[in-house]
Design a protein around this ligand. Structure first.
Ligand SMILES: [Zn+2]
Length: 150
């Protein structure tokens, strides 16, 4: 009698634990909604203020570490958060995933949502905004190459 009751209790505990594991597993499979996260950030003055500090510091760092003489100011650059894990460029077969991207035609820096407050990504794109095309010695000297990051 007692043994049967214990078995029932253990069975219930086991089922509850399996349900918890199942729910956690299912929740983990849910994709991150970067559109929602980006919208939340854009609607939060506190978060945007923190992002602004990172952007401004990154831009100033890029300017000073590179020694570039450029008329481009922080205010000239249009900054955007790209609502995805990375910025993907595709040409049918191949693709390239970037943390940030400088749109030279529009003078815009795009940073993928997870990197919005990552100093080196913001500084790397700032170097492009300051006029550097390609990844020359300034990037290496400033420690702003992707391969120089952990
Ligand atoms: Zn680059």
């Amino acid at each position: 009698m007692f043994k049967g009751r214990m078995e029932k209790i253990l069975a219930v505990i086991t089922i509850v634990l399996l349900m918890i594991l199942f729910i956690r597993f299912v929740l983990r499979l849910e994709p991150t909604d970067y559109n929602q996260l980006t919208e939340n950030a854009l609607n939060s003055p506190e978060e945007m203020a923190r992002i602004e500090v990172v952007r401004r510091n990154a831009f100033n760092y890029a300017k000073s570490c590179s020694g570039i003489q450029s008329d481009v100011t922080f205010e000239d650059v249009k900054w955007y958060i790209h609502p995805a894990r990375e910025i993907r460029f595709e040409d049918g077969k191949n693709h390239l995933d970037l943390a940030g991207w400088y749109d030279r035609e529009n003078g815009s820096i795009w940073i993928a949502y997870p990197y919005r407050k990552t100093a080196w990504v913001n500084a790397h794109e700032s170097l492009h905004a300051l006029g550097l095309v390609g990844h020359g010695e300034e990037f290496f000297r400033c420690g702003l190459l992707a391969e120089q990051q952990d």
